[in-house]
Ligand binder design. Structure first.
Ligand SMILES: Nc1ncnc2c1ncn2[C@@H]1O[C@H](COP(=O)(O)OP(=O)(O)OP(=O)(O)O)[C@@H](O)[C@H]1O
Length: 816
């Protein structure tokens, strides 16, 4: 195990366009403890973790691991492991193979694979393909990937997701154990009851700002809680409590006295001569505290319910959202809600023995400035009103908040947020293009981070990051920047270079090194196209879902992990491996009237008249719909989720799809007097260019283009350990794809095609037959003679009929 690392945010700010997702976050997370990262949806937790893990760069400030940025780590996976969002896996792989690839890519001994599988309880699932794993099993696998390098720090984003109660308990114990071993454990979660049980320290984010950072014990300081008290003479007790100025609720089980402690209540009872039957101190639940914090009802420094000012609330709606709407000059940036106070000081953010609250506003304005109405100013104004009960305080604060929201309507809220999203999406695209230009400006960050010079993020490193343009080419080019990232299809070679450290050195190395070996160029590409390629590849190589690509239509507020990562990753593979990847996942139903469908439509997009019958997101690994005789395979494909291959009853993937390319046309038989009004279900298997001929003649009612790969060869660990990585793509499918495309091109273009569906030269139609064809090939008679299949395949007769362009001429044929 590497030493536990201090994780530190220092004034880390991240903006996505006009949205400030994380605002001046300063916190230090110590080893040997479990630190919980809490906050409501959209608070900025994941964004913070992504900054820490080098997936996105802070707009300003830093996020470091052991004092260095993630990009500077020589052995990232051996220093910090992470589970962020839902992992992306190739469903056909087994866990050992997945982990072995990651291990090889990171110079980690393969023996570690079995260790971590046992650690996460998957030692008996080594034969099961990941596609058949449950969500909880995949989550365990992600943890295994995070632990693969035996890192000194772990970052877990919602690790309890998908786990059953036993799994949650297991996760809790695991985190405890890892912290007790001296590792740094940072875990974000919504499951407050879980956090309450395992966390030593807590960070609470609200609207991008830190509102609490301290030990969990302090958070639930019993003196900020309540006391349950009862006496035989309850009436006398209530009188005594009221006279003492204490507030309480009367419950069936006794009285709950608020904002005090048992000693004070006991003293009141004693002075009234009452014998108590119950006296019990109750601290606030974490949930109560959490809600108070994120709604600004609790002073994050003292932990106490804040003093609120009723009149001032009307005059200066400076709490919560209202305050943000009223006070934020760049309201756009705070559209999602950042507090108004801007003292520029860092928030309290140090834990444990190293606690040192830096320069928090002495007025008690609080970590995030959420308590402007507390403190001396408010008191001097004589407007302080102490809520008599916690509930009152909460209700009052809620009323303030509601009032503020009313006032803020029109200038803030969901509509604006939506427009922010739209702007942001636009920014993402706009910003990507000038990446190189930005890089050319240079910056200190470029050198300090050791990032490839072509990185468009360089401009962000300028001292005055506040003024930096909204940068959203923020996705760090993982694939190129980080040594662990390697393209799936080049796993071995990448792993080899990783193992000898050369890649790592390049990563950390100078700009020159990166440029010389071409890394720089790749990094630039990745920067400009953050949704593609390298990042996902690195994700897969590391066995961890590192990031979700930012789609062009990304809408802030929508969980980013909803992005079809599997699809994107696989699509990237497709793009690499086949120019016609789109065919391989498409099953199209083309209505009869869609005779004008063009080749381009078919290749590059689905025309409006064409309805997709299959999930467009279906990845390469999902079995394409198979129009088998009984039609069952189509159903299977429909039922199969985008990232899951068909599975048998035992949950194992089934390789029962057709093994050859199949093209099926259903013809309506409109001229048949016996034809029923319903289209015939009779199918005819045709191939190649015939499908396009049928389209042109309007006799096609339904076309399914189905290409499939043969069942993958065994894809197991043995192959990996022997250094043999099977190519996931069946060359036959690719070849058929290419043939189809060539045939289509031949049909739809006047230019000479490159595909020759005709028979071999010695089996060509007689010369006289060719000559009978009007004006056919008048300028390329010889080419017929050359036009032969490599395999000597006969061209079907139908081909000659259909293989005409609009002028009634045969397109030219070229031999391959
Ligand atoms: N790549 C991005 N582009 C634009 N906006 C983003 C991006 N990533 C996150 N955001 C926005 O930043 C804000 C913080 O999001 P983040 O995912 O960090 O919150 P979170 O606290 O992790 O939320 P949750 O608990 O729901 O996961 C949200 O408003 C979100 O919409």
């Amino acid at each position: 195990m590497t030493d536990g690392q201090v994780l530190e945010f220092s004034h880390a700010t991240k903006r996505f366009g006009v949205l400030t997702a994380v605002d001046d976050l300063s916190a230090r997370i110590e080893p040997g403890a479990v630190t919980a990262f809490l906050g409501p949806n959209g608070a900025g937790k994941t964004t913070s973790l992504r900054m820490l893990l080098g997936q996105i760069r802070p707009t300003s400030g830093t996020a470091t691991i052991g004092g260095v940025s993630h990009a500077e780590l020589r052995h990232p996976l051996r220093t910090i492991g992470s589970v962020l969002e839902e992992a992306v896996y190739r469903p056909r792989r087994t866990a050992p193979r997945q982990l072995s690839i990651a291990a090889k890519a990171n110079g980690i001994p393969l023996s570690r694979v079995d260790e971590v599988l046992s650690l996460v309880g998957l030692q008996n699932e080594t034969e099961t393909r990941i596609g058949a794993y449950s969500l909880g099993m995949r989550q365990r696998l992600s943890v295994a990937g995070a632990l693969l390098g035996d890192p000194g720090a772990l970052v877990l984003d919602e690790p309890a997701n998908g786990l059953d109660p036993e799994g949650i308990r297991w996760m809790r114990l695991l985190m405890r154990r890892l912290a007790d071993e001296g590792r740094t454990v940072l875990v974000s979660s919504h499951v407050l009851s879980e956090i309450e049980q395992i966390a030593d320290n807590v960070l609470v984010l609200s609207k991008g700002r830190l509102v609490y950072a301290d030990s969990i014990g302090k958070l639930s300081d019993p003196t900020t809680g309540s006391v349950v008290v009862d006496a035989e003479d309850r009436a006398a007790l209530t009188t005594a409590l009221s006279e003492a100025g204490l507030t309480f609720d009367v419950l069936r089980s006794g009285l709950t006295v608020h904002n005090t402690d048992a000693a004070a209540v006991g003293a009141v009872a004693a002075s009234a001569g009452l014998a108590l039957t119950t006296l019990q101190q109750r601290g606030p639940s974490l949930e109560e505290v959490f809600l108070d914090l994120v709604h600004g009802r609790r002073d994050p420094l003292t932990g106490s319910v804040p003093v609120l000012t009723a009149p001032a609330a009307e005059e200066t709606p400076a709490t919560d959202d209202a305050a943000e709407a009223a006070a934020a000059p760049d309201a756009d940036a705070e559209g999602a809600g950042a507090p108004a106070a801007e003292d520029g000081t860092p928030s309290a953010g140090l834990f444990g023995a190293a606690v040192a609250v830096p320069a928090v506003a002495a007025t008690g304005a609080g970590v995030a400035g959420l308590f402007e109405k507390t403190g001396p100013a408010a008191a001097e104004a004589g407007t302080v009103a102490i809520p008599t009960t916690r509930r009152e305080a909460a209700e009052f604060a809620a009323a303030q908040s509601a009032q503020g929201e009313e006032e803020a309507q029109g200038s803030e809220g969901s509509d604006e947020r939506a427009s922010v999203a739209a702007d942001d999406a636009g920014d993402e695209g706009d910003e990507a293009a000038p990446a190189g230009a930005d890089a050319a400006e240079g910056s200190e960050e470029t050198s300090s981070d050791g990032v490839a010079p072509s990185d468009g993020e360089a401009a962000e490193g300028s001292a005055d990051a506040e003024q930096a343009p909204a940068e959203d080419d923020d996705e760090a080019p993982q694939g190129d920047e980080h040594g662990e990232a390697s393209a799936e299809d080049d796993e071995d070679s990448e792993a080899a270079s990783e193992a000898d450290g050369s890649e790592v050195d390049d990563k950390v190395g100078s700009e020159t090194a990166a440029t010389d070996d071409g890394e720089g160029e790749q990094a630039e590409t990745a920067e400009e196209q953050p949704t593609e390629g390298g990042e996902d590849e690195s994700t897969i190589a590391a066995g961890i879902a590192l990031t979700a690509p930012v789609a062009a239509d990304y809408t802030p507020g929508e969980p980013q992990h909803d992005a079809p990562l599997t699809h994107d990753a696989d699509a990237a593979d497709e793009a690499e491996g086949s120019a016609l990847g789109s065919f391989e996942t498409a099953a199209l139903t083309i209505p009869a009237e869609a005779t004008s469908v063009s080749f381009d439509d078919l290749i590059t997009g689905v025309p409006s008249a064409v309805q997709s019958t299959e999930d467009d997101d279906a990845p390469e690994d999902a079995e394409p719909a198979a129009a088998s005789e009984d039609g069952e395979a189509q159903d299977t494909a429909d039922e199969t989720s985008a990232d899951e291959a068909p599975a048998d009853d035992a949950g194992h993937e089934v390789d029962d799809a057709p093994t050859a390319a199949t093209t099926v046309i259903t013809t309506p038989h409109a001229d048949d007097e016996f034809a029923t009004p319903e289209p015939s279900t009779e199918t005819t298997e045709i191939a190649g260019i015939e499908i396009f001929a049928a389209l042109a003649e309007g006799r096609t009612q339904e076309i399914q283009v189905i290409l499939d790969e043969t069942p993958e060869e065994d894809d197991d660990l043995e192959d990996v350990t022997q250094g043999e990585i099977h190519h996931d793509e069946d060359p036959r499918a690719a070849a058929v794809s290419a043939s189809l495309a060539a045939a289509a091109r031949a049909f739809y273009t006047d230019d000479a095609p490159s595909y020759t569906p005709g028979p071999a030269a010695d089996e060509q139609p007689a010369a006289e037959e060719r000559e009978e064809q009007p004006a056919a090939d008048e300028h390329a008679p010889d080419e017929h003679a050359q036009g032969e299949h490599a395999d000597g395949e006969h061209a079907p007769e139908e081909h000659h009929e259909g293989d005409r362009n609009d002028d009634g001429q045969h397109p030219e044929h070229h031999g391959n």
